[in-house]
Design a protein around this ligand. Sequence first.
Ligand SMILES: Cc1cc2nc3c(=O)[nH]c(=O)nc-3n(C[C@H](O)[C@H](O)[C@H](O)COP(=O)(O)OP(=O)(O)OC[C@H]3O[C@@H](n4cnc5c(N)ncnc54)[C@H](O)[C@@H]3O)c2cc1C
Length: 462
Amino acid sequence: MRLHWHRRDLRLADNRGLSVPGTPPLGIFVFDENVLDHAAAPRVAFMLEALGALREAYRDRGSELLVCAGDPVDVLPEAAGETGAETVSWNRDYSGLARSRDARVWAALSEADLTPQAFHDAVCHEPGAITTNDGEPYAVYSYYWKKWRDRSKEVPYDVPPLAPSDDVGEPLPSIAELGFEPPTADVPVATPERARELLEGFLDAPVFDYGERRDYPADGCTSRLSPHLKFGTIGIRAVDRAVRRLRDSVAGEKRVSVETFRSQLAWREFYAQVLRFNPNVVTENYRAYENGIAWENDPELLSAWRRGETGYPIVDAGMRQLDAEAHMHNRVRMIVASFLTKDLLVDWRAGYDHFRAKLVDHDTANDNGGWQWAASTGTDAQPYFRIFNPMTQGERYDPDGEYIREFVPELRGISTETIHSWHELSANEREATAPAYPAPIVDHAARRERALAMFESARGDD
Ligand SMILES: Cc1cc2nc3c(=O)[nH]c(=O)nc-3n(C[C@H](O)[C@H](O)[C@H](O)COP(=O)(O)OP(=O)(O)OC[C@H]3O[C@@H](n4cnc5c(N)ncnc54)[C@H](O)[C@@H]3O)c2cc1C
């Protein structure tokens, strides 16, 4: 008998570790307090729904997903003893915390004369598989992407035979039993069926606009697959194969657009390898020479940013989308992250913590990669002197103000032109047009100069 320990692979199909030939597995999931300590309500809600669907899928095949709570170091050898399992398998996770936990679990299982087995599953190419010609992990995405793009990929794995079981595991806990309030945001449906529907719907048409329109938040032409990729309600090989098949069936602009989407999947794998080989990036700047940055960290400015009350419409729309949907469009994530670090001069770590508390797709590697990119402290980051202007970003990527109006009701009744020139209005004009919406909390031009001085001083350029 084998136990397969599900973690970020909440599915049966295209699951490498689950599908290894040999003894059919029984599933097990462990509610681990150390992991739950870093969780947030939207992700716990998503995970519980995904677990419910996974258990159903096991039962439909006459098998069972066991659930238990505690430290996997203790729980897994115990569960193996109770079920008569000799082997415990899992798919690897690449954060420092996960790797040290897995090393402890491996040792505990070996100590108990059980056989641990770990597989790579979450990405097409495991960290360390794509390296520079000197065997180093890549620090520049464009070189990584070229090799990633051309490297052959595995095809999806079929659902394997599962261990028959009449056991009925413990019921799944409620979100309250796990110590979380139900989320206030609308959390997306968390089943593998939904993930497949999203993928199919996206590949049916929106993907052909992706190359040109993915930066326009009102267009909705991105896949919304991120929470599914984070929790593994869909396998990456299944996504990759569907995308490659489509790419190979079209030509010209359509083909370019599909390939642009693939390149975003490669960013995810690029950041996974950055985290794997630099576990400190979770709390430290990737570039040590940025450690001297004297962030101002004004608590009132940070609080206004968190509430979506900065007086910069595109920033506030993004922060309110985050509250409403536990999601934010990628372009807007870049804008709000740039605004926090380079207009408000607040340390990226405060922004990362807020995203971690709110996002349904929070993923240590991607979130950290995104923040350090925007703050110019990361690998292959935005150069420090490239500072987004939040007004022109809003004007360019939400030209009709559609996205802004959706999330900032105070601005619904006013013209698009007024929305995009909000920072130029006098106090009287603002009072006369949208009295409930705040004045800009900082002056972008002045803050830009201060940010440049802050970065230059940290680098010793002054
Ligand atoms: C400050 C900041 C924080 C971010 N935090 C996260 C996070 O916690 N979790 C997360 O999955 N993504 C994060 N991203 C990347 C990106 O914003 C999201 O992956 C994307 O918005 C998810 O929507 P989608 O699935 O519709 O994306 P699509 O555009 O449809 O992309 C498809 C998939 O590719 C991957 N992807 C796309 N863009 C990126 C990127 N820039 N970096 C890494 N992977 C990418 C994701 O898995 C995504 O689901 C962050 C970006 C920034 C700038």
